[in-house]
Design a protein around this ligand. Structure first.
Ligand code: FHN
Length: 430
């Protein structure tokens, strides 16, 4: 199927909203992120020898999936094999894997079982690029016979993966360079996989557009009517980096979630376990803090929302945040205001194209809030000087119809294709 979004019970993809991305491999032992073999030109034998001390003694699938649940996440995506070619599962195609080396464990099988036990959706990341096995993609690009052998091996790996782990929900392709869809035989690849798992979803990273767009490092998709999933690091590294302490704050993660909620997209937020499999405590703390907020008051504003973007200029960021206090999200007749900067006293927003019926503060108190509406201008009053939530207070603004917000300069995205509207400016690549 050419990138047709497969609608079935497994694939209400945008409802998943929030997932845990896990980058774990031999590179984790080095602590210099996942490209260190390539960037440092480490000799192949020296890199391969890492497998002899990759014991993964603190890799605990149950604890990782418990963390995902506490974080408020609904799915997990694990790297089964990154570009380094080291498989975290029991493959018959290579001994370069965690069962035949120091760990003596099938880490993918452990995680899939733990995820299923908790009702988490499961995505398996798999790199098409493979720096370990020969011929590699570079040789394949330069030599026809090498290309034929490379593709036989690549397709065999993909076929084995989706046969060993069946059913899963997403096959998360990565490492798509240097080939295009034709080079990867991507139509055949996807048809081969769908013969084994008809329900499975593909991201758009084997040269085809896949079932969902896959922005990386930024929120939002150029085509607002197609499912999308933004993958983001919690610091600046996918694989564990001992020197990267630049952790996003819980408030910044809330901004990312609000952006996903506004655009009916997903946030796939990454952790990079250390070489022994343990998870950096700072990343656990951020995930748990945001998870507690989702559970306390934020979940109603983040999950099961409708598309809501009213400023074309900010479309790429899906911010929909004209107020300087925090982003809005939308769910049926309710507007949600996530307050990231609490001024106290009163809060006002303009451009409200619906009649407000009531305003309440989400969370334990759930108390009603005084408000007045003058035309499209709404003012909430009687607010305490200090924010009533330790992370981000959230207001539910109940309206007489699905509200839209727009003001001078900001426009609503049409609810569907429009003869004069260009949803995908040519400067946006995917
Ligand atoms: O090269 C990889 C990178 O290491 C990381 O896995 C990201 C995650 O989306 N994908 C590729 C870069 O786009």
């Amino acid at each position: 199927m050419k990138g047709v979004f497969v609608e079935n019970s497994l694939t209400k993809f945008s409802d998943w909203r929030y997932g845990l991305f896990i980058h774990y491999g031999l590179y984790s032992l080095l602590g210099r992120a996942e490209w260190s073999w390539n960037r440092e030109e480490i000799p192949a034998e020296e890199y391969r020898a890492l497998a002899n001390r990759f014991s993964a003694e603190k890799f605990e699938a149950e604890a990782l999936c418990d963390l995902a649940v506490r974080a408020g996440m609904r799915y997990v995506v694990l790297t089964t094999m990154h570009h380094e070619g080291f498989r975290l599962y029991d493959t018959a195609l290579s001994d370069f894997n965690t069962v035949k080396t120091a760990a003596k464990r099938d880490l993918v099988a452990e995680l899939v079982a733990a995820a299923r036990k908790r009702g988490l959706k499961i995505g398996l990341y798999h790199s098409l690029n493979n720096w370990h096995d020969q011929p590699d993609a570079v040789a394949a690009l330069e030599d026809k016979s090498a290309y034929a052998r490379f593709m036989v091996a690549t397709l065999a790996r993909i076929r084995e993966l989706v046969t060993l782990f069946n059913p899963i929900d997403v096959l998360w392709y990565d490492g798509w360079w240097p080939f295009n869809a034709e080079g990867w035989q991507a139509e055949h690849m996807n048809e081969m996989v769908r013969k084994i798992q008809p329900h499975i979803l593909f991201n758009g990273r084997n040269g085809l557009s896949g079932d969902f767009a896959t922005p990386e490092g930024h929120m939002g998709s150029p085509n607002p009517w197609r499912p999308w999933e933004a993958c983001m690091t919690l610091n600046n590294s996918w694989g564990f980096h001992a020197g990267d302490h630049d952790w996003k704050s819980p408030g910044q993660v809330v901004d990312l979630l609000a952006s996903a909620a506004q655009g009916r997209g997903n946030l796939l937020l990454n952790i990079g376990p250390r070489g022994d499999g343990s998870v950096p405590e700072e990343s656990v703390k951020v995930l748990e803090t945001v998870g507690a907020w989702l559970n306390r008051c934020g979940g109603e504003a983040i999950y099961d929302t409708e598309q809501f973007t009213f400023d074309l200029q900010q479309r790429g960021e899906h911010r929909g945040d004209w107020s300087f206090h925090g982003p809005f999200t939308l769910r049926k007749n309710n507007l949600y205001w996530i307050i990231r900067r609490w001024p106290g006293g009163t809060l006002t927003f303009g451009g409200c194209q619906a009649k407000v019926r009531s305003v309440s503060l989400l969370g334990e108190s759930g108390r009603p809030v005084s408000f007045k509406q003058e035309g499209t201008r709404v003012t909430l009053s009687g607010l305490p000087d200090l924010p009533p939530d330790p992370l981000c207070p959230v207001f539910r603004i109940e309206c007489d119809q699905p509200p839209s917000l727009y003001q001078c300069g900001g426009l609503r995205i049409p609810n569907g294709p429009h003869p004069h509207y260009d949803p995908c400016p040519s400067d946006i690549k995917h």
